[in-house]
Write a protein that binds this ligand. Structure first.
Ligand code: NAP
Length: 245
């Protein structure tokens, strides 16, 4: 069991990109942070690099698409800490070929996208929920995207009007829906659940073509992980500003 009072966070898909930077910022805020990666060797290397900066980071193996891996990770966190204060569902994939539009994506692209961006988030969250309930006031942050917004997709002149990446967009819209449903069910508990758009962030996902660096891109996740009792529940936001569903 964790003997000190520091909060415990777990960030999925944290071996690179926004997830890795989210680990860095949470740990810099004094949160004991588990850097989760499906490849434990990479997770260990990244965690050691942050440890060498004096940050309280530890690696943990977690493939969000693998039920056994999820169960083992839950067991490890349970044995070591008995609770989880912050879960950041950051792992995500983008497989659509934008040139092929709404009708041209393969069913494999649809299935793989929904498996990782929606079903794995549900499975990981349900598996960790008992440990999140053991924490005094747990926070769950789901990495959504502006591309989830049906209002903006249908608003002529919006920055995403006509951007056709249907599997990714639909998976993140479904993730927003799950966020709202879970937040409602947990509304009388101390747990808060929110979805964030990190911004258009330069990572491998967009081949480095985003507008923000990862330091800026991790800020929305970290802010929602650290909200107090008066913070939102069931929101969709970027840097604290509400986004249209
Ligand atoms: P990224 O650089 O492509 O990194 C994705 C991370 O997810 C990697 O660490 C990857 O691990 C991990 N991952 C993928 N499948 C996994 C699985 N089955 N199990 C465990 N980890 C898995 O992406 P990013 O740009 O940092 O994106 C992070 C999140 O923000 C995603 O949910 C994304 O949809 C969302 N987002 C990003 C942007 C943006 O502009 N970048 C905008 C809106 C939303 P491996 O290294 O093992 O592949």
């Amino acid at each position: 069991m964790n003997s000190d009072n520091s909060r415990i966070a777990l960030v999925t898909g944290a071996t690179r990109g926004i997830g890795l930077e989210t680990v860095r910022q949470l740990a810099a805020a004094g949160i004991r942070t588990l850097l989760a990666g499906r490849d434990i060797a990479t997770a260990t290397t990244q965690a050691e690099a942050l440890q060498s900066e004096g940050l309280p980071v530890e690696p943990i193996q977690l493939d969000v698409n693998d039920a056994d891996s999820i169960a083992i990770a839950v067991e490890q966190v349970s044995d070591r800490f008995g609770r989880l204060d912050i879960l950041i569902n950051n792992a995500g994939i983008f497989l659509d070929n934008q040139r092929q539009g709404a009708t041209g994506q393969s069913m494999q692209v649809w299935r793989d996208t929904f498996n990782t961006n929606l079903l794995a988030v549900v499975e990981v969250t349900l598996a960790f929920l008992p440990l999140l309930r053991n924490a005094p006031a747990a926070r769950i942050v789901n990495l959504s995207s502006i591309l989830a917004s049906l209002s903006l997709h249908t608003r002529p002149g919006s920055m995403i009007h006509g951007v056709l990446v249907p599997a990714y967009s639909a998976s993140k819209a479904a993730l927003n829906s799950w966020t709202v449903q879970l937040a409602h069910e947990l509304r009388n508990s101390p747990i808060k659940v929110n979805a964030v758009h990190p911004g258009s962030v330069r990572t491998d996902m967009n081949k480095g073509r985003g507008e923000l660096d990862v330091a800026e891109g991790a800020r929305s996740s970290v802010a929602m992980a650290l909200i107090g009792e008066d913070g939102p529940n069931g929101s969709f936001n970027h840097l604290g500003e509400s986004l249209p569903w």
